[in-house]
Design a binder for this molecule. Structure first.
Ligand SMILES: [Zn+2]
Length: 120
């Protein structure tokens, strides 16, 4: 988990970093139900070409490599990263960058998502 941060003042059994990762994961969970996220997914979706149907009817295009994947192989990416959440001062900015319109979101396959995230 990295460097141990001081206890969180309102609940000293938790460190400050544990508290902020708790808040961050709550925001992330809310993001999964954010309507523009579904719009971004819909935009990248197409009906599978015939002869290649299998279990699922649709496939999704990665914005980077342009290849098509099953839904579980693509992830929604923020073009502008939400950034780190380490203090209450970060909270407004993180929420603002997280809950953005569909045009600021894109679908990436897992391998492109990994590359993009570890490049930042
Ligand atoms: Zn890709």
């Amino acid at each position: 988990m990295g460097i141990k941060t001081p206890p969180f003042k309102e609940y000293e059994k938790w460190t400050t970093s544990r508290f902020f990762s708790f808040i961050r994961s709550s925001l992330r969970r809310s993001f999964t139900r954010w309507p523009p996220k579904y719009e971004a997914v819909e935009r990248a979706k197409r009906l599978k070409p015939k002869g290649n149907v299998g279990r699922h009817r649709f496939e999704y295009q990665c914005s980077e490599c342009k290849k098509y994947y099953a839904r579980k192989e693509v992830e929604v990416d923020h073009i502008v990263p939400a950034g780190s959440l380490k203090s209450f001062e970060d909270l407004g900015g993180v929420a603002e960058r997280l809950f953005v319109s569909a045009d600021k979101l894109r679908l990436l396959c897992k391998s492109c998502h990994y590359k993009v995230t570890h490049h930042e």
